[in-house]
Design a protein around this ligand. Sequence first.
Ligand code: ADP
Length: 495
Amino acid sequence: MKKYFLIIDEGTTGTRAVIYDKQFRAVSYTYTEITQYMPKEDIVEHDFEEIYEKSVAVCREAMQKAGILPEEIIAMGITNQRNTQCVWDRKTGKPLLKGIVWQDTRTRKLLDEMRRMDCIRMHEVRHCGRRYVVNSSPVTLRWIMDHRPDIAEKMTAGEAAFGSVDTWLVWKFTGGRVHAMTYSNASSLGIYDMIEDCWCAPVFEGTGVPMSVLPELYEEVSDFGTTDVFGAPIPITAVIGDQQASMFAQNCRSVGTVKCTNGTGTFMDINIGSKYVPPQTELAAMVAWSIHGQKTYLYERMLPVAGSAVQWLRDGLGVIKDAAESYDMAMSVPDTGGVLFVTSMSGVYAPAFDPYSRGTIFGIHKGTKKEHIVRATIEGIAFSLADVMDVVADQTGIAIKELKIDGGASKNDLLAQSFADFIRCKVVRPQESAGLTAAGAARLAAVGAGIYTLETLPETETETDKFYPMIDEETAKRKLSRYRDAVERAKAWMK
Ligand code: ADP
């Protein structure tokens, strides 16, 4: 009897497999780390062969652990870290270089040059939904062509295939029969034209990157072929980018719903409905998902520092042993004792971009204790998000009433409470142990397999913790304005 869904959640640091039953209860879970290759300061690479092998291994292990046979799997779904890219040989199926991870910044000089090109200036925001960044595909592919003539030759001859991790996994699982990329991934890479509904050809023509390397565009819920890798045929019925998957799992399926994933950094995603509207300033527009011919779009706002500030308290400052201890220490003092921490270790991202700012701690006096610094760190993370909310509300016309949070740092109750206090909205945090990205992909795989329709699909019913504003509005406003003043003073430090 077929009764389970097998999900691969391919993340930056590791790959996990989760098996769900038809009620979306996680019945088995396995995880393994992926080697990070960082030979130089600006290089971060993954071995795509290793990603595939480890994905197969975690799936096998998850089945074995729960005593589940491949014959019992209804369908498979894949969710992935976005914007990690590779090129492989269409004939041999072998990667032609190591995968270039989204954190890799080797293309930054090239990006500056390319952003002056007309084809990019005219299309990046209006058609492709975002200002190009170091890992936007035309920039990455152009870099590869400029530095690896052997690969450029294969690309021009139509012998090379391009894709992100999802594309690669589907290719490998189907023995090279399916070369697909979903809209959520294509739009994240800045190559899907959301006005014309196709690959953004003018950017490829203008930058000299051959379009023959591109996969076919697929809806998130599609027939991605069948894999025979596990000894019984298993159809792949859903593939979706990680932020979009957790958004789906957070039930952010109607206009104006917002989720905020606080891991190393923060990814805030807002459902803007079925009509694409080019974004303004620093928001990125993407396809959330496309199901049965109907697309849903989102605006995304990324902040590079969230949990990484807590990591710094542990590894840099050495004042906590583990991330969880940050909560106890912060709560051992009634307030920050006047300390304010602008956590702009990688620059200020909002409302105005300043790459020259660095993390700055204000208000230290003789009575300041490490507990105050810890508390100010947690508050600082909350302030940095609250600070962008006005801009987001202005640009989307959406007043955020409820914020659904997830990710490792969201486990911190003080952070969740501070979001409620400074953003002035209800904050909701589900208790989903196996991770929301996998949960989202599982639901889409079930729709793809015809077990549910979008109408019958049960909402994610996890127990939730709720946080409401506890301080009065006046105090919140005063604190936020003080924070904004501090941000100004933290700017331009590296200049
Ligand atoms: P990612 O997916 O980006 O690797 P995770 O969602 O796994 O991130 O979250 C890990 C981050 O969350 C780390 O930066 C860690 O410092 C932070 N973190 C984990 N637990 C807590 C906690 N209880 N309080 C504050 N931060 C935490």
